[in-house]
Ligand binder design. Structure first.
Ligand code: FSX
Ligand code: SF4
Ligand code: F3S
Length: 379
């Protein structure tokens, strides 16, 4: 395992080598920030927050800032398969572009269907050129599941009749690293929900190499940008959990950092949406919150420039960053009770029993914590 000192050295060397490459953007990052009224102080604050989010000590914030400045040297290809574009929107729809949005813009985005002007033949040619010209060097992001049934025929893209399956495999061949952005690309998502007629799967099942999975439907913009920054800074994958999700983002349960957790521990629950307990911000477990089963940093990082997240908005977590959540986490507005969850049905029984037995709630909270912490082991 890298010590922080060794990691810092690697980062410095990587940034120095990127600085030698020709810039791919006409403006420097500093000019882009100035155009959007973002001060150097705002930028350094952002660098410090990304560094903290990546679980790196404060001195790494200068490295994050330097990596951001050379982000335009790293070509990024972003391929959309069976999806709803919510993952792109998560990043792009901030009402005021913040630093993360601008960084995404500043990375050398060679291909992205939602954003690019090209269409039809020209778009396909752009993708082919981008893959050829940057072979072996590009960062490849997928959004959406890949339908595999009938040899991929359920998703054909563009004028030449290529399937998503063919496009994904070809693009993966020349990639320096692959990121699955969102639960669909990571684990199949809604497309793979039972009975999954199109044979939709996560990208990692069709490529013969490690893929970073960013669970979330959609993932937050900070988890997307943090992952890009990690790769730009160090040129390698971060530490990953058992589902290949970066530990810095998916290392803790939603329940562990939830602002309603005190109410869970005190046995204070919303019984139905709209009741007084809901108005008082009580725990949403009994109306279906799956925060105790879900690993993501939503409570700490939030969405939309850190403004809110599902539980703060008043609905329970539906477990959207977990594999197969459409099947395993329903009903979304009821506790799991006896349903099977990743083989944890015995533990789910325990949760149900604890919640029904009001006097046991205080003890149960800790029991649930240790049960799930124990099951969720690192690779
Ligand atoms: Fe899936 Fe992304 Fe959910 Fe949608 O495209 S992760 S359906 S938010 O947007 O792929
Ligand atoms: Fe928060 Fe949900 Fe846990 Fe309640 S069950 S504390 S609402 S994460
Ligand atoms: Fe998804 Fe739950 Fe976060 S539903 S967005 S993992 S709070």
């Amino acid at each position: 395992m890298d010590t922080h000192a060794a990691l810092y050295e690697q980062g410095l060397a990587r940034i120095a080598s990127l600085r030698k490459l020709a810039p791919r953007k006409s403006k420097t990052l500093q000019q882009v920030m100035e155009d959007h009224g973002i001060t150097r102080r705002d930028f350094m604050k952002w660098s410090a927050s990304i560094s903290a989010m990546l679980a790196l000590p404060l001195p790494f914030s200068t490295l994050v800032a330097e990596a951001a400045e050379v982000a335009d040297r790293v070509p990024l290809l972003w391929i959309q398969l069976a999806e709803c574009t919510g993952c792109s929107e998560s990043l792009l729809r901030a009402s005021t572009p913040d630093v993360s949005t601008l960084i995404f813009d500043y990375v050398s985005l060679e291909y992205q269907e939602t954003l690019m002007a090209a269409a039809g033949w020209q778009a396909e040619e752009n993708l082919e050129n981008a893959m050829r010209d940057n072979h072996g060097k590009y960062l490849l992001a997928f959004e959406g599941a890949v339908p595999t049934a009938n040899n991929g025929a359920f998703l054909t893209v563009g004028c030449k009749g290529h399937t998503g399956l063919e496009i994904a495999k070809k693009a993966a061949e020349g990639a320096a690293a692959i990121i699955s952005v969102g639960t669909c690309a990571a684990f199949g998502g809604v497309q793979a929900a039972a009975p999954n007629p199109t044979g939709a799967q996560g990208i990692h099942t069709i490529v013969d190499r490690p893929v970073i999975n960013l669970g979330g439907c959609p993932p937050s913009e900070v988890n997307i940008v943090g992952t890009l920054m990690y790769f730009i800074m160090f040129g390698k994958l971060p530490a990953l959990d058992m589902f290949n999700r970066p530990k810095w983002a998916y290392g803790a349960r939603v329940h562990d950092n939830c602002e309603r957790r005190g109410h869970f521990d005190a046995g204070e629950f919303v019984e139905e949406f709209g009741d007084q307990a809901a108005k008082d911000g009580y725990c949403l477990y009994k109306v279906g919150c799956k925060g105790p089963y879900t690993y993501n940093n939503c409570p700490t990082e939030r969405f939309n420039a850190h403004t809110s997240w599902p539980v703060l908005a008043g609905h329970g977590c539906i477990g959207c960053s977990e594999p197969d959540f459409w099947d395993t986490m329903r009903d979304f507005e009821k506790p799991l009770g006896q349903q099977i969850l990743h083989g944890l049905d015995a533990d789910a029984d325990t949760v149900g029993a604890v919640i029904l037995g009001v006097t046991a709630v205080g003890i149960g909270a800790h029991a649930i914590g240790s049960i799930f912490a124990g099951k969720h082991e690192d690779k």
